[in-house]
Design a protein around this ligand. Sequence first.
Ligand code: AMP
Ligand code: MG
Length: 268
Amino acid sequence: MPGFKKYRVGSKFKLSAIDSADTAFLEGHEDAQRERLDTLAAELDDLQNLLHAEGRRKLLLVLQGMDTSGKDGTIRWVFSRTSPLGVRVTAFKVPSEDERARDFLWRCHAVVPRSGEIMVWNRSHYEDVLVPVVEGWIDPAETRRRYAQIDDFERLLTETGTVIVKCMLHIGEDVQRERLQARIDEPDKRWKFRLDDLDVRKKWSDYQRAYEKALAATSSAHAPWHVVPADSKRHRNLMIAQLLVNTLREMKLKPPPGDPALEGLVVK
Ligand code: AMP
Ligand code: MG
């Protein structure tokens, strides 16, 4: 199995150095890949159960990526076998008036995972450095302040028992064109398409640059970023499922010892 190191973001990170069409985690033929994903999804369920049994730590999965990069599909497949009891998902949309009246981390802090839980963020606090930078709403000094605030926030979470996994779903510009076109052409996908999506697409290079800078500035030892080549949907799913399983295995989760006073107790 390939390692994750190549995909982990360091300070000299170049987004263009990672090929969105890379399929390093796709091994074997199609059936074997499907089976592997199912096995990982089932192991994720076992590990989540242990996380709940331990009841101390929690896991936050942050998913970022351009439109059509597959954030929704990742959640559907990677969590296909996990109990809804232990996994929560939040999708971050354009901030409401109520949210805009607070600092940008307010709405995020309200939905961090509870002990024993896996929480998935479909988009995240990173939208508040990507969109304003591309739109020119904030200057470089404010952008740097936000990177530092994000780092402090993530340190607070990790120091209070949250393991953070951050994935940027990396697709090519042509793949996005095909997927947006399919949303227009296929009637049952059209609901996903909004005309504004084309305005964002026109700013593709600005977004790639904003991602590159934001990822390099906020990939830390406590909350590293991984870039996931996502032109292939199955590759994307397998890589993220494997990353989550590895992360949870490394946590060495154990249920708490039972009360010794219960030893030998017989239920009548
Ligand atoms: P979707 O994920 O396709 O449903 O779209 C959600 C939209 O909300 C995207 O265009 C995001 O860029 C936008 N969005 C989410 N959070 C923010 C934010 N903090 N500031 C500006 N736009 C945001
Ligand atoms: Mg959309």
